[in-house]
Ligand binder design. Structure first.
Ligand code: ADP
Length: 320
């Protein structure tokens, strides 16, 4: 490997900059050249490729977003697009690529690997919905941002004796909702993996809690369930308790990364470079049982992940 390309793809996540910085500096330390590819696979196909030096990544470890920008790209999903992308890599002397993104981005990396470009994936998503890893870049910052926001909603919810439905991000995955639900002491946590769509149970729960003197009722609703505003109207009508919906939205994707996101993203970025230097390809970096690991992308994409059952069960007891 002589020249390593790095790109961010799919949804952005805090800590991606820390990963980019680590890739650039570890590669330079190992005597390699680095090229930054702007706007994910879209920028690769448009040849938006820039040389990166150590100084180009100074003052970014603490910044949210991604200095390389990110995009979704339909053309890259076609065999012709993938072929052209591999040719562009060869034209620019890029013999290894580090792709920071989610499962979709890894499927793209897999295709490039099959076309002779060495690829390593880094799990970058606030959703934590990547099966081969217990940690994804950005999750820690996102849950902390959401937790602080929910604390604030809770203050006013208690003052006004309201019920609050707070919708957090996570597409089809309930990890942010579960973590915030526990961290914020939510009365109900609605996860796409678990929710039975029986609103009557929630209504009964609110009425029981009122009788027991609870002044607020926080419902953390995962994005994958959605419809928080209409749910609030129905719950208010059924309980007589004023109910408001707050959708936290994209604020969860931004902000300065936490210490954990900076340290883990830096470690993963450096490890991706080291794997390429060892001649590895078609691998994805993860974190399991206290270690940074790497798996074959095909095997990683075939893995399944479940919401931790014990934590979900106890969350109900703890919000009694
Ligand atoms: P994420 O990486 O966060 O899961 P997406 O699923 O949107 O985000 O994927 C990001 C990009 O990766 C897509 O816009 C596309 O260019 C590429 N991609 C996704 N799925 C595939 C696939 N099956 N084959 C090739 N490229 C893919």
């Amino acid at each position: 490997i002589n020249t390593i390309g790095v790109l961010t793809s799919g949804g952005d996540a805090p800590g991606m900059n820390a990963a980019i910085r680590a890739v650039v500096r570890e590669a330079i330390a190992k005597g390699k050249k680095v090229k930054g590819i702007k706007r994910g696979y879209a920028g690769l196909l448009q040849e938006e490729i820039v040389d990166m030096e150590a100084k180009d990544v100074s003052d970014i470890i603490q910044r949210g977003g991604t200095i390389l920008q990110t995009a979704r790209c339909m053309e890259f999903k076609t065999p012709e697009g993938q072929q052209r992308a591999a040719e562009i890599c060869k034209k620019h002397g890029i013999d290894g690529i580090i792709v920071i993104g989610g499962d979709g981005s890894f499927r793209g990396a897999q295709k490039l690997a099959a076309l002779g470009i060495n690829t390593i994936g880094l799990p970058g998503t606030i959703d934590l919905d990547i099966a081969c890893t217990e940690y994804t870049i950005g999750f820690d910052t996102a849950v902390n941002t959401a937790m602080e926001a929910i604390d604030k909603v809770r203050d006013t919810s208690t003052s006004h004796e309201r019920c609050s439905i707070i919708e957090v991000m996570g597409r089809g995955a309930g990890y942010i909702a579960l973590w915030c639900g526990i961290a914020n002491g939510a009365e109900d946590i609605l996860l796409p993996e678990k929710y039975d769509y029986d609103e009557q149970k929630i209504v009964n729960h609110i009425i029981e809690n009122r009788k027991r003197g609870k002044q607020h009722h926080i419902i953390v609703n995962a994005e994958g369930i959605g419809h928080s505003a209409s749910m609030a109207k129905r719950i208010e009508a059924a309980t007589g308790v004023e109910t408001r919906a707050t959708i936290l939205g994209h604020m969860q994707r931004g902000g300065s990364p936490t210490c954990k996101d900076r340290v883990y993203a830096s470690t993963m970025g450096a490890l991706a470079v080291d794997l390429l230097c060892e001649g590895k390809s078609n691998r994805v970096v993860g974190y399991r049982h206290g270690d940074f690991v790497d798996d074959d992308i095909d095997a990683a994409l075939a893995m399944q992940k479940c919401i931790p059952e014990y934590q979900y069960q106890i969350s109900k007891n703890l919000s009694m």
